[in-house]
Design a protein around this ligand. Structure first.
Ligand SMILES: Nc1ncnc2c1ncn2[C@@H]1O[C@H](COP(=O)(O)OP(=O)(O)OP(=O)(O)O)[C@@H](O)[C@H]1O
Ligand SMILES: Nc1ncnc2c1ncn2[C@@H]1O[C@H](COP(=O)(O)OP(=O)(O)OP(=O)(O)O)[C@@H](O)[C@H]1O
Ligand SMILES: [Mg+2]
Ligand SMILES: [Mg+2]
Lengths: 157, 165, 165, 157
């Protein structure tokens, strides 16, 4: 229904503004409803300014910045309506070390409400995980579960 | 945890029965290129009822069945089971533990099971409607698609908000 | 080397005149997210004559002009120059060294220069037709587009082979 | 002209088969002309089998495997008609360490004919470069060239 959509939108955009400030360490982010094909079905416009920048459009953002904006929107939605489970497949591939660190800290702050599974090549991300599964193809063409490192000595942050 | 156990057998590159147990905190899955990590993501999407084979990188759905390797023959069926802890009744069903199973035979015939009892696809998708894992799941982010939300048109973004409403 | 020097001034995030000198062997460009690495790729594509602003991630071509920052005012012109060693006459022109320059003013007016003398866009694109940097350049691979060839339809792949023929 | 296209296609597909064997350390790769919209304009079909695998379609390849196939095709074309210059923007982002090593060795074998510029976050790729440019935004919103490390002590392999 329209009320439910409007209420959801209002909450998610407040969250989005806060999370952008956190993940970009400053800057501004906002969501706006636009006149879509019909007033019943408005579109959603995203605008983000990384700290110190004056971008005319989000298409000018870099690869890593675009990934961060998407991550901000995802977690803005989670704040509004946590999902019990989330699988992220190499979402950190385009992030530099500093942003991988910030992303993992954000992830950890949600770890109580949502169960995350992260597929990654990033050594830094692995250090944040509490369970680590290695997959191998020692026999070509057949996947095997290598080993389980349970309750890794998660370094208390 | 919500997901307690995932068992994959005969789905894509998992020729042998493989079981993952999940614990508190987040789980990382690592391994070389082509070893089968994204196939685990596909297995989860599939067991939750995904009907569009392209979203699983398959020209046709029977491509999910293990197609053989240098040493092994192709299998005739793909099966994935997912066990969920439901003591907090997040899923609208009486059981404290729910196991959903999906099977697909080379013939194209598919089976869905709920705690080992045959059921329909609708019974499974209905369970997850309110969890963000429903029709346009915002909590499953595919490889190389993280900036999908930023690159899509403002109209397409609506669907994510409707799912969250 | 083929490319000897690249100068960027007022193009995207390069508010100050920045010069890159190239040497033998390969060159790596590194830096944090959003610092301007892909803008260098865009500057090279642009000076070679690119007319489609979407391929430069810009809604309109004047978006390539430095738009200001917290401390700096926007500029009125973007300029990129590229100097090429041509002693092996790889470019069909008499000079041993060729510098191409492209400028764009806020008004939308653009200028092209060949060794500092005004020329047309056609003169520049004509120079590069036979180098793989021409119309559908296979030797410029944009960020996140490496698997473009694998993901595209068999018909679209033809263009790459025609460029190489 | 059609003859030129056919000749180019034949040479590139021979190169492609050889380079796939090199980069995948085994396996098979082939290019085929398909009946496109018209016989004058056939499409190009790619088929690759990594060692020990039996894939029914290249869409089943992994993210890293797809990047490798594209790299094989690029270098197969370079072998036929070297381009004097090539810019690759984070082409190594989805590759694991072993494949980054193989890719860089392949790149080095072409470094005589083609001038390469690589934008990368990968520490391993950086060790293969002979010139390193660092870009920074110490002043937010404005890119600056940090330093030039000329003729790095490239470790002789
Ligand atoms: N039906 C099938 N039968 C057998 N093997 C299959 C089948 N479908 C896919 N595969 C195998 O799965 C591999 C791809 O696996 P996957 O995409 O999970 O790799 P990955 O670990 O995610 O790698 P990357 O790090 O490159 O993304 C293919 O190389 C193929 O061998
Ligand atoms: N016209 C412009 N004026 C000023 N700044 C601009 C302009 N166009 C783009 N930018 C800036 O360029 C930045 C993007 O730079 P670029 O895409 O080169 O980053 P990158 O170094 O490739 O990062 P990544 O590693 O994330 O890919 C944007 O954040 C924006 O601030
Ligand atoms: Mg993968
Ligand atoms: Mg970039």
């Amino acid at each position: 229904s329209k009320e439910l959509f409007d209420k959801t939108f209002a909450e998610v955009s407040t969250n989005f503004t806060a999370i952008v400030k956190n993940l970009f360490e400053g800057g501004t982010g906002a969501l706006k409803l636009t006149n879509g094909a019909s007033p019943q079905e408005p579109g959603v416009e995203i605008s983000v300014q990384p700290p110190g920048k004056r971008l005319q459009s989000i298409s000018l953002l870099s690869g890593g910045e675009k990934a961060l904006v998407s991550i901000c929107l995802l977690f803005a939605i989670f704040l509004h309506k946590p999902s019990p489970f989330c699988v992220l497949d190499e979402i950190d591939a385009s992030l530099d070390e500093a942003n991988v660190g910030r992303f993992n800290k954000l992830l950890n702050s949600f770890a109580g409400k949502t169960q995350f599974i992260l597929i990654t090549h990033n050594k830094l991300t692995i250090t944040y995980a509490s369970t680590l599964y290695g997959i191998t193809m020692e026999v070509p063409g057949v996947s095997k579960l290598l080993s389980v490192q349970l309750e890794k000595m998660v370094n208390s942050e | 945890p919500f997901f307690k156990k995932l068992t994959i057998f005969g789905f894509k590159s998992f020729a042998e029965k493989t079981t993952f147990k999940f614990h508190e905190g987040f789980t990382a899955i690592v391994g070389p290129n082509g070893c089968g990590k994204s196939n685990i993501y596909d297995a989860i999407r599939w067991v939750l009822g995904e009907q569009n084979s392209y979203l699983l990188r398959c020209p046709s759905m029977t491509n999910v069945i293990f197609n053989g390797s240098a040493d092994q023959k192709p299998l005739g069926v793909a099966e994935v089971s997912l066990t969920i802890g439901n003591s907090s009744k997040i899923l609208p069903i009486e059981f404290n533990e729910v196991t959903i199973t999906r099977r697909l035979y080379r013939s194209g015939e598919s089976e869905y099971l709920l705690n080992k009892a045959p059921c329909r696809l609708k019974d499974i998708t209905h369970l997850f409607l309110d969890t963000g894992l429903g029709h346009s799941p915002y909590s499953l982010i595919e490889q190389n698609k993280v900036d999908f939300i930023v690159n899509s048109k403002s109209q397409e973004r609506r669907a994510i908000f409707e799912e969250a409403a």
